[in-house]
Design a protein around this ligand. Structure first.
Ligand code: PMP
Length: 286
């Protein structure tokens, strides 16, 4: 049985209910985070909670808890659910109103929801052969830096990949690569790792930061700058990163091979560095 938290109460996930007048349901008016848990310890919790604060500030919603209270609550959910490795999902919405009205209610009681799911890591075959992606124009709004529950555009874009038998959709806006429908994207060219800069057009990924830190620590040359669509398609390697997928090589884009069409040497290094880092900070104590 999965145990969830809803508005101050721990309960079976199957019994968690919110009002049909909740603004999360009516407008997608909320913020969320997904935090991977290894050996029952949340990975990069402080960074996830910082990004949550930035999203809440960006949508003008007060943070219902300070970091210490969030850490206790997340720890409680981890302890009450099965599995050493989990994926904790938390969501705060602007709560239920008495009538449907776009403008905020005069007083807000936010809805706070936390649950845990088993952490599903990608099948090893995806690392060994790479994954296929499609591309699409990035038709989302201009605050993609906020991790809000209004994810319809991301859902539609991601479905394009699924419809084509692929894993991810790479997004281009005004001739530049922004990110994936649910991941950040890195390119390798002539031994240099290229990463689009954090701005309002992409989510500041927690994994994105880890990858940049690992590149710096291991001396992999890196340029954080706009990456054009042409550069993306002509890259030697493309990777996607996210909390649950970690780092995955993209070897096919719109049916055309990226580089040799096989996972590249830089990916293999980065994947090994990522696993080593995880083992060091998560499994053996910090
Ligand atoms: N961009 C988008 C649009 C995402 O939804 C995600 C998370 N699934 C990411 C990037 C990666 O962020 P993180 O590394 O924090 O999971």
């Amino acid at each position: 049985m999965q145990t969830a938290y809803l508005n101050g109460t721990l309960l079976p996930l199957s019994e968690a209910r919110v009002s049909a007048m909740d603004r999360g349901f009516l407008f997608g008016d909320g913020a969320y985070e997904v935090i991977p848990v290894y050996s029952r310890r949340p990975f990069r919790l402080a960074e996830h909670l910082r990004r949550l604060r930035q999203t809440l500030d960006g949508i003008r919603l007060d943070n219902p808890h300070d970091d210490a209270a969030w850490a206790r609550l997340i720890g409680e959910i981890i302890a009450r659910n099965d599995g050493e490795d989990q994926s904790v999902y938390l969501q705060i919405t602007r709560g239920a109103d008495t009538r449907r009205n776009h403008a905020f209610p005069a007083s807000v009681t936010p809805t706070v929801f936390v649950m845990s799911e088993p952490l599903l890591t990608p099948p090893p075959a995806q690392r060994e052969t790479g994954i296929a992606a499609v591309s699409a124009p990035d038709m989302r709004w201009l605050r993609c830096d906020l991790k809000t529950t209004s994810l319809l555009a991301n859902c539609l874009l991601r479905q394009l990949a699924v419809d084509a038998g692929c894993v991810e959709t790479i997004l281009f806006r005004d001739g530049y690569m922004t990110e994936g429908a649910a991941s950040n994207i890195f390119a390798m060219k002539a031994g240099v790792m290229l990463a689009p800069p954090k701005n309002h057009l992409m989510l500041p990924g927690i994994t994105y930061d880890v990858v940049l830190e690992l590149a710096a620590a291991h001396g992999l040359p890196c340029e954080v700058r706009d990456v054009s669509e042409d550069e993306t398609r002509a890259a030697d390697e493309l990777w996607m990163t996210s909390s649950t997928k970690e780092v995955l090589p993209i070897t096919l884009l719109d049916g055309r091979a990226i580089g040799t069409g096989q996972p590249g040497p830089a990916f293999r290094n980065m994947y090994a560095w990522y696993q080593e880092f995880k083992q060091t900070v998560m499994r053996c104590g910090e």
